[in-house]
Design a protein around this ligand. Structure first.
Ligand SMILES: [Zn+2]
Length: 629
C-alpha cells in the first residue's frame, strides 16, 4: 500500500544539511540527508543530536553496523557504516557513514535516514512470481539466476514499498513492487566512458611490457605476478562471445567467482611478442593502475581485497565501461573496451587514463558496496537534490509543455511489456521537478580525477600528464578538467545540468531528456536518451575543482582565485580525494555531499595545510562551498 503522504524527493532536496525546520512548509520531512561534522561552525550540537539518534536506532535494530574499519591514512580513526533496516529488511540507500576518533567520539556523520517507514513486510507475491512477471514485461530476456533481493524502496510520494530487485541480462537492476509486481525503478549497472559516441583515427604505437602466462603453445593475457590477478579476455568483435561473458554467469545462476570463460576467450599470442595494441594497453595499464592504487592509496585490486580484475577487449561498441557485480564473466564485475571510431578510422579505448577511469569506477563501486552493503554501490534510488522548476516551458521544436499535461519519452509499462513511450511529467505544486544524477556525477568525476592522476604518477614512463580525458586520442580529448567548456559542460555547481523528471502512477520515476540550467529550459536530448541524468557533464564540476586545487587559477565564471597546492601537494590532494571515497562516502550522495566529504577528508588528514586550504578554495570556486545544498 502506498500512503498518500507528500513527496520524498522534494523533502530530501530541502533537508540538505539535516532537517531544516524553516523549509517544513514546502514538503513533509520523510527523510534526512545528513552531512555534518564536528569541524563545522555550529555543527557540534547537531552532530551530537544525530549521533544519539543513530545510537538509539542501533539499539532497536533500525540501523545495523555493516562494517567497522580502521583508517589506512590516519592512525586512531575508525569508520563505521550503519545501514538502515525496517523490521529486519534493508532500506535501500538508507544508512550513515560515521567517523570516530581514537576516543570513540564521533567526528563526522554522512548519509540518508528515511523516517516514517510504514510498510507491510509480508510480500503478496513470491520472488519467483515477480521474476516471471518482470521477465514477461521485459520482452522475453532471461532473468538472472539465483534469489532476488528484497528491500524497502523509498518512493517519490514519500511512502515506501516492499520491493524485489533483480539484475537482468541487459545490464540493469530492476525494482518491482512485491505487492503487485509493478516496476518501481530501473538503474544501470554499466558505467560508460562517455555519453555520446566519439570518433577517432590512428593508433598509439606504445610499447608496453606484458605480464603473461604460458599455456600449451600460447601465451595468455593472464597476469599472476601481482597479488591480484589481471585477466584480459578478447571478444574479437564477436557479439555472442560478448553476451556470454557479460551475462551468462547470471543467466546460469552460478556462484560468485565461478568463471564462465574458457581458454579460447583469453587474449593470446603465439610468441609473447604481443601485436594487438588493444590487448597490450588494456592488460599493461590495468597492472599500472593496480600498482598506483596500491602504492598511493592502500587499495588492493579493483575491489580493495585483491579480487581479480577482468577486462574484455575488442568489443563492437564505441565506448569503454565498467559493469558492477553481478555482471561479468565470474559475477564480480567486468571492464570492457571498444573502439573510438569515425568514418575513416578507429582507435581502441585503452589509453592509460581511460583504463584508470574505468578501474576507478570499480573502486568507487566496491568501496561503497563493501562498506555499506549496498548491492548497487553508490546509487541514488531517490532523487536527492531535486528541486522545483518552472510551471511550463517551450522546447527547441516549439512545443510548449505545461505541468498538467506534459508527457516525456521514457520507459513505460504497456500491456505488451516495457517499451519506450510517453511517461507523465513529475510535477509538484504545478511546477516541474528537476534533478540531476548526483551519484553519476560523483562516479564520473572521481573516475576522471584518478584516470588523470595516473598520467602524473607515470610521467617518467612517458604517460601524458595533461588533465585531458582521452588526451592521447588522435582526434583529441573527450573532456578537459582544465576547461570544462571544452566539451560545453558546466564548471560550477550553480550551472549544473538538471533534468525534468517523469513519474508514473505506479511511482516509477526517471530522468527525462529535457535539460535545464538555473531553472531555465536549456535543450533536449534525443528521444532515446532519457534516463541519463547528466553524469559525465556534471562530473566536471568536481574534477575541475580537483584541477584547481593543484594548479590554482581564477575560476572562469565565479571569478574566484584559487591558490593551487602545486606539485608539492599533488600527492596529498590525491590522498584527500581518494580517502573521501574510500572511507567516508555513503550509499547515496549529491555533489554538495561529495564536497563536504572531501573537505572533511582534508580537515582530517592535513588540518591547516596548504593542501587543505587549496582544496577548500577550489570547492568554493566551483560553487561547492560549505552550506551549499
Ligand atoms: Zn565513466
Amino acid at each position: 500500500m502506498k500512503n498518500a503522504v507528500r513527496r520524498l524527493g522534494i523533502a530530501s532536496a530541502l533537508v540538505g544539511v539535516a532537517l531544516m525546520a524553516s523549509e517544513q512548509d514546502a514538503a513533509s520531512q520523510e527523510s534526512a540527508v545528513l552531512s555534518i561534522s564536528a569541524g563545522q561552525a555550529a555543527g557540534v550540537d547537531e552532530l551530537r543530536q544525530w549521533d544519539a539518534t543513530v545510537d538509539g536506532m542501533a539499539r532497536t535494530g533500525e540501523i545495523v553496523v555493516m562494517s567497522r574499519l580502521g583508517d589506512a591514512s590516519l592512525e586512531g580513526r575508525t569508520h563505521e557504516h550503519l545501514a538502515q533496516y525496517f523490521a529486519g529488511i534493508p532500506v535501500f540507500g538508507g544508512g550513515v557513514s560515521r567517523q570516530l576518533d581514537a576516543g570513540g567520539v564521533t567526528v563526522s556523520l554522512f548519509g540518508t535516514l528515511h523516517q516514517g517507514i510504514d510498510v507491510n513486510i509480508a510480500p503478496a507475491l513470491s520472488g519467483a512470481q515477480v521474476a516471471a512477471l518482470l521477465e514477461e514485461m521485459h520482452g522475453g530476456e532471461v532473468l538472472a539466476g539465483g534469489q532476488p533481493g528484497l528491500g524497502i524502496l523509498p518512493l517519490p510520494d514519500g511512502s515506501y514499498a516492499l520491493a524485489y530487485y533483480f539484475a537482468m541480462s541487459d545490464g540493469y537492476f530492476y525494482f518491482a513492487d512485491a505487492a503487485d509486481g509493478s516496476l518501481l525503478r530501473r538503474v544501470n549497472a554499466v558505467k560508460e566512458q562517455q555519453a555520446a559516441v566519439g570518433a577517432g583515427s590512428g593508433s598509439q604505437g606504445n610499447e608496453r611490457k606484458l605480464s603473461t602466462t604460458q599455456e600449451d603453445d600460447r601465451f595468455h593475457a593472464h597476469d599472476r605476478m601481482r597479488p591480484a590477478e589481471v585477466v584480459t579476455l578478447d571478444v574479437r568483435f564477436n557479439s555472442q562471445r560478448y553476451r556470454r561473458l557479460f551475462a551468462n554467469h547470471l543467466i546460469e545462476g552460478l556462484p560468485p567467482g565461478e568463471a564462465v570463460w574458457t581458454a579460447d576467450d583469453y587474449a593470446t599470442d603465439a610468441d609473447n611478442e604481443w601485436d594487438d595494441p588493444t590487448v597490450v594497453e588494456a592488460h599493461a595499464y590495468t597492472g599500472w593502475t593496480y600498482d598506483y592504487f596500491s602504492a598511493r592509496h592502500g587499495w588492493e585490486g579493483i575491489d580493495g581485497a585483491n579480487g581479480r580484475t577482468i577486462s574484455m577487449v575488442n568489443l563492437g561498441l564505441a565506448n569503454a565501461f565498467f559493469a558492477s557485480p553481478p555482471f561479468g564473466p565470474e559475477g564480480n564485475g567486468v571492464v570492457g573496451y571498444g573502439r573510438r571510431t569515425n568514418e575513416t578510422s578507429e582507435e581502441p579505448y585503452t589509453l592509460l587514463d581511460v583504463v584508470g577511469h574505468e578501474l576507478m569506477h570499480g573502486v568507487t563501486h566496491f568501496s561503497v558496496s563493501n562498506r555499506t552493503g549496498s548491492p548497487f554501490g553508490l546509487y541514488n534510488l531517490v532523487p536527492i537534490g531535486a528541486r522545483l522548476g518552472p510551471r511550463s516551458f517551450t522546447d527547441r521544436t516549439g512545443e510548449t509543455h505545461t505541468c498538467e499535461t506534459a508527457r516525456f519519452p521514457g520507459v513505460v509499462e504497456t500491456p505488451d511489456g516495457f517499451d519506450v513511450g510517453l511517461a507523465p511529467a513529475w510535477c509538484e505544486n504545478g511546477r516541474f521537478v528537476l534533478a540531476y544524477s548526483g551519484d553519476g556525477a560523483i562516479h564520473e568525476g572521481y573516475s576522471d580525477i584518478f584516470g588523470e592522476s595516473l598520467g602524473f604518477y607515470y610521467q617518467d614512463e612517458g604517460a601524458s600528464a595533461d588533465y585531458l580525458v582521452g588526451g592521447d586520442f588522435s582526434e583529441g580529448p573527450i573532456r578537459s578538467m582544465i576547461d570544462p567548456s571544452f566539451s560545453r559542460d558546466p564548471d560550477a555547481y550553480g550551472d549544473r545540468f538538471e533534468f525534468a523528471l517523469t513519474l508514473d502512477e505506479d511511482e516509477f520515476w526517471d530522468y527525462s531528456g529535457h535539460v535545464f540550467v538555473r531553472g531555465e529550459y536549456f535543450g533536449t536530448l534525443r528521444n532515446d536518451e532519457f534516463g541519463y541524468g547528466g553524469d559525465h557533464w556534471n562530473s566536471l564540476i568536481l574534477s575541475h575543482a580537483f584541477y584547481l586545487a593543484i594548479e590554482g587559477g581564477t575560476h572562469r565564471t565565479s571569478g574566484m582565485t584559487v591558490e593551487g597546492g602545486g606539485e608539492a601537494n599533488r600527492e596529498e590532494i590525491e590522498r584527500i580525494f581518494f580517502r573521501a571515497m574510500r572511507d567516508l562516502m555513503p550509499a547515496m550522495a549529491t555533489l554538495p555531499i561529495a564536497a563536504a566529504l572531501i573537505r572533511q577528508s582534508a580537515a582530517d588528514l592535513a588540518p591547516g595545510s596548504d593542501a587543505a586550504r587549496a582544496v577548500d578554495q577550489a570547492l568554493r570556486a566551483v560553487g561547492l562551498g560549505p552550506g551549499v545544498r
